[in-house]
Ligand binder design. Sequence first.
Ligand SMILES: [Zn+2]
Length: 433
Amino acid sequence: MEQSIIYVIAKSGKPLMPTKNRKKVWYWLRKGLARLVSCEPFTIQLRFETSSYTQAVTAGVDTGSQTVGVAAITNAEVVFQAEVHLRTDVSLKLTQRRQYRRTRRRRKIRYRAARFANRCRKPAWLPPSLHSKAQATIKAAQQVATLLPVRQIKVEIGSFDTQKMQDPETEGIQYQQGQLQGYLIREYLLTKWQRQCAYCQKSGVKLQVEHLTPKSRGGSDRASNLVIACEACNVRKGNRTAAEFGYPYLQAQARVPLKDAAHVSSIKTAVVNKLQEQFGAEHVAITSGYETKYQRIQVLDLPKSHTNDAIAIACEIGEEVKQGGHVYQVRCIPRGNYQLYNGKHSEHRVWAPQKVKGWKLYEVVEAKGQVGYIGGRRLKGSFVVKALSTGKTIMEVAPSKLVRLARPVHGWMISSATETFISTKEERATSPV
Ligand SMILES: [Zn+2]
């Protein structure tokens, strides 16, 4: 079994370097030289003064709309990795609240004046659903900074960098498979051709970089000679040019460079701005998706997952790191039930108690050898246990069968469950023969 990493916090509250020396940690805890801060992730605070010498820890954040990957690296070793599953119910809850208020206004009961026309939006306003996601991403980065002496936070923004491309169509960088530049051009082409096959417009399949005029017939590796195609079209086209294949207009289309490619989502900008505010602009770095992909596939040789992407983001290009530790599963939860009355017609207070048979919602539990969290409590007495990584119902069991692993803290639940979620197979940059 892999040795787990124990996070250490100095007497002053500042994070120190983590340790794997369990014996020493148990000794400290037994002698009262340290106190336990949290079990998940296992963190202790020292009660005696030590030298506050720390090494540089780099954290990588892979932003996403459903899942955020977070990883921290020091001395070419991964010391923290977590998958943060964001809330997806925010807009639904707001719709529900709006409807409740609307129906109440139509009836002669508890009334809340309509104030939607009496509100202004601040400059950096985000819709509530995105705001919650951005906040959770920032919180995850802060969480790492409380466990480890993080010097630099890296965030991926956009899939490629137009500034590094200069003039991709005419001169300079050429496409070569498996190279950093190759990944850059590939991401560029994917955006330019809207991530679909240039011939059959199919999307959601494995896409390859394809030469309009084949290399064997003198076609160049420049972006103006390249399109994105599915494997079937690529094979069917074979050694013909695009015009011979029946797509004469593609060559002209390929010569037009992509304008305004650096589209960055509002949530990523918000995350970067907030992190720069809190950690200082010099401690926040920005990377591009093609660099992450190159680093993950060519250097680290890791499968696609949110944490592996975060590891690749945290690395320097070409840096090899040792994998280590569990992947923590983190799930964001509502801070409380703000619904006061049952249903939209009811004037009865919500009766659901905080605890049922001593159990609260969102406690991490083990039952029948599986790890999950309490997602619901049924009237008939059974509890619904859901998976931490997917949020799907695993089983319904009697509360007497449950074993408590962790309670929700700081608005999320954390578990070091060993199951890691690996998404579908990787599409690799391939070039036609
Ligand atoms: Zn096709």
